[in-house]
Write a protein that binds this ligand. Structure first.
Ligand code: AMP
Length: 285
C-alpha cells in the first residue's frame, strides 16, 4: 500500500524523504489557502508524475512592506485535508526562519521580464518569487514544476530563470480556473465584501470583451487596450492599475498591429484588494 502523505517542516528530513521518492517528481509551489485553481495544478502533477510534492509557504520576500503579508489568508488544517484527498506524497511547509535564517543575503533576479506589468507596480515582488522558487527547486529537486496561467508573468519569469540557471526542470503552465461568473480563483478573493465580489467580475468581462474582438479579427493593440479600459470604467469600485496587450516574448507592449502571441492582462484594485487576470491570444504561454 502507498504510504500516507507526509507533512515536512525540516530540510534534513525533506532531503531524506525526497531521496526515496519515485521519479519523476512533480512540484506545485503554493502559498496555501488552497482552492480549485491550486487543485487543478496538483491533479495535473498527479496524472503526470510518480510523486507529487506541494509546498505551502507564504513567502515574505515577495510582499512589499505595504502589502498584505500579515493578513494573507491561511488555513493549514483545511489545506492538508484537501491535499490528502489529492493523494499528494509530500507537503513541504517550512517556517520563514528555515527559508530565511538570520544573515540571509542571497537573491535570484531575472532582469528584464520583471520590469513591466506587475514588476513595475511591485518592484521587489519577482526577486522574492525567483529566490523562493530557486530554493524550493533546490530543496525538492523536481523533474517538473507546475504553475498557473493566472499569474502569467510569474510563470514566464520562472521559466526564464529555470533556463538561465540550468535547472533540469520542465515548467508546466496550467489554465486559469474561474468561478461560474468568470472571476479568476484566487486566495485573495476572500478579502472581497459582497459588493466588491460582484464588482470583481469586471476583470474577466474586460478580458473576454477584448478576446472576443481579437477573435472577430481586431488586431490593433491600442484598440484592445481601450476596449478593456472601457469595460473597467463601467465599474465604480474598480481602480485600474494597468491594462496591457504585450508581446509574449518580452512582455513589452505591442504597438500598432499584433503580429504574434499577445498577453492581454490587467491589474485592478477592487476596494483594498489587488486583483490580476489575463488571457492569451494568438498562441499560448
Ligand atoms: P499562490 O498560492 O497564489 O501563490 O498560487 C500558487 C500557484 O497556483 C501559482 O502557480 C498560481 O499561478 C496558481 N494559481 C492560482 N490561482 C489559480 C487559478 N485560478 N487557476 C490556475 N492556477 C492558479
Amino acid at each position: 500500500m502507498k504510504e500516507l502523505m507526509q507533512v515536512i517542516t525540516s530540510l534534513p528530513e525533506l532531503r531524506k524523504i525526497r531521496s526515496h521518492l519515485a521519479e519523476p517528481v512533480g512540484l506545485v509551489p503554493t502559498m496555501g489557502y488552497l482552492h480549485e485553481g491550486h487543485l487543478s495544478l496538483i491533479r495535473k502533477a498527479r496524472q503526470e508524475c510518480a510523486s507529487v510534492i506541494v509546498s505551502i509557504f507564504v513567502n515574505p520576500t515577495q510582499f512589499a512592506p505595504n502589502e498584505d503579508l500579515r493578513r494573507y489568508p491561511r488555513d493549514l488544517a483545511h489545506d492538508l485535508q484537501l491535499l490528502k484527498q489529492e493523494r499528494v506524497d509530500i507537503v513541504w511547509n517550512p517556517s520563514p526562519e528555515i527559508m530565511y535564517p538570520t544573515g540571509y543575503q542571497t537573491w535570484v533576479t531575472v532582469e528584464e521580464l520583471t520590469q513591466t506589468l506587475e514588476g513595475k507596480m511591485r518592484p521587489t515582488h519577482f526577486r522574492g518569487v525567483t529566490t523562493v522558487v530557486s530554493k524550493l527547486f533546490n530543496a525538492t529537486q523536481p523533474q517538473r514544476a507546475y504553475f498557473g496561467q493566472k499569474d502569467a508573468q510569474q510563470a514566464l519569469v520562472v521559466r526564464r530563470m529555470t533556463q538561465d540557471l540550468n535547472f533540469p526542470i520542465e515548467i508546466i503552465v496550467c489554465p486559469t480556473q474561474r468561478e461560474a461568473d468568470g472571476l479568476a480563483m484566487s486566495s485573495r478573493n476572500v478579502y472581497l465584501n459582497p459588493a466588491e465580489r460582484q464588482a470583481a467580475t469586471v476583470l474577466s468581462r474586460a478580458l473576454f470583451r477584448a478576446q472576443g474582438a481579437y477573435e472577430q479579427g481586431e488586431r490593433n493593440a491600442q484598440t484592445l487596450r481601450d476596449l478593456m479600459l472601457s469595460v473597467l470604467k463601467t465599474e465604480p469600485l474598480a481602480n485600474v492599475q494597468y491594462v496591457s496587450c504585450a508581446k509574449i516574448e518580452d512582455l513589452r507592449e505591442w504597438e500598432g498591429k499584433i503580429q504574434g502571441t499577445a498577453l492581454l492582462s490587467l491589474a485592478v484594485f477592487v476596494g483594498q484588494t489587488h486583483l490580476i487576470d489575463n488571457v492569451v491570444v494568438g498562441g499560448s504561454l
